[in-house]
Design a protein around this ligand. Structure first.
Ligand SMILES: [Zn+2]
Ligand SMILES: [Zn+2]
Length: 260
């Protein structure tokens, strides 16, 4: 790979990386991954994420947000903390935010409140948002359609829907985050991605999760982004360099890369 890559979604601050973090980043850089964007999940992980951003300045970038799976009784405190923190540090996006109806259904209502309030916050600060959606595709798209007039923009991360879903999301001004799932035979994602123009795609690992083939089942890391690039190139019948070039330009645009 000659061109630069961007990992738009990586949880580098999690325990999974504490033993070999530097090696992980060196391997990523060796594979051309120039920037790694870190989605926030809750306040407990905030400081370790900001520390990473400082240590690996110019490579690692922080987002700010409350992940739907971390919306609990204390969600109001978490939202207040986000609102009080947003001006205190450099945050590249609000994320990851959204709706997760796969695991726990007891906070559906609170998840929706958090999703909407965090979108409004992003609009207020002119930041992009990074959306997490699981078993909630229609509900997420509906929220985006409602908020469309406010010119919300961002990434629909770990996209795994059908072509109609893809078109609806693109229509709302969003990019699709494509990761290891595209290499899974039964996911059906490769066929959908084949029909979506490259201009609407960005690369992500969601590391340590969703490891691409041939390392499926092991810990994921940013250097494995090349397997996602290879698969997109294969299904679209274009060069890996073109995949790298266009997805990196898309990522730079959505994150307003020259801002800091
Ligand atoms: Zn997610
Ligand atoms: Zn994530």
């Amino acid at each position: 790979m000659k061109k630069d890559l961007v990992d738009t979604h990586c949880h580098l601050y999690l325990e999974d990386f504490s033993g070999d973090l530097e090696e992980v980043i060196i391997r990523a850089l060796e594979e051309g991954v120039r920037r790694i964007y870190m989605p926030s999940i809750d306040s407990n992980h905030l400081q370790s994420m900001l520390d990473l951003q400082k240590t690996f300045n110019g490579t690692c970038y922080s987002m700010l947000g409350l992940h739907p799976c971390y919306v609990r009784e204390n969600y109001r405190e978490e939202l207040d903390l986000i609102k009080n923190t947003i001006e205190k540090d450099q945050f590249i996006a609000i994320g990851e935010i959204g709706l997760d109806y796969y695991w726990d259904r007891s906070f559906d209502e609170q998840q929706m409140i958090c999703f909407r309030e965090q979108i409004d916050l992003a609009v207020q600060y002119s930041l992009p948002i990074v959306i997490h959606s699981r078993s909630s595709m229609d509900a997420c798209i509906q929220v985006l359609q409602e908020k469309k007039s406010k010119s919300v923009r961002g990434i629909f991360h770990c996209f795994s829907g059908n072509l109609q879903n893809a078109n609806d999301i693109i229509e709302c001004g969003f990019l699709l985050g494509i990761g290891g799932v595209i290499t899974y035979k039964n996911s059906g994602l490769a066929a959908v991605v084949a029909d979506v123009p490259l201009d609407h795609l960005v690369l992500e690992t969601d590391a340590p999760y969703l490891t691409p083939v041939p390392f499926r089942g092991k810990r994921n890391e940013s250097s494995y982004l090349k397997y996602v690039v290879a698969k997109i190139a294969e299904v679209k019948n274009i060069s890996e360099d073109e995949v790298a070039e266009v997805t990196t330009a898309n990522a730079n645009r959505v994150f307003n890369y020259n801002r800091f």
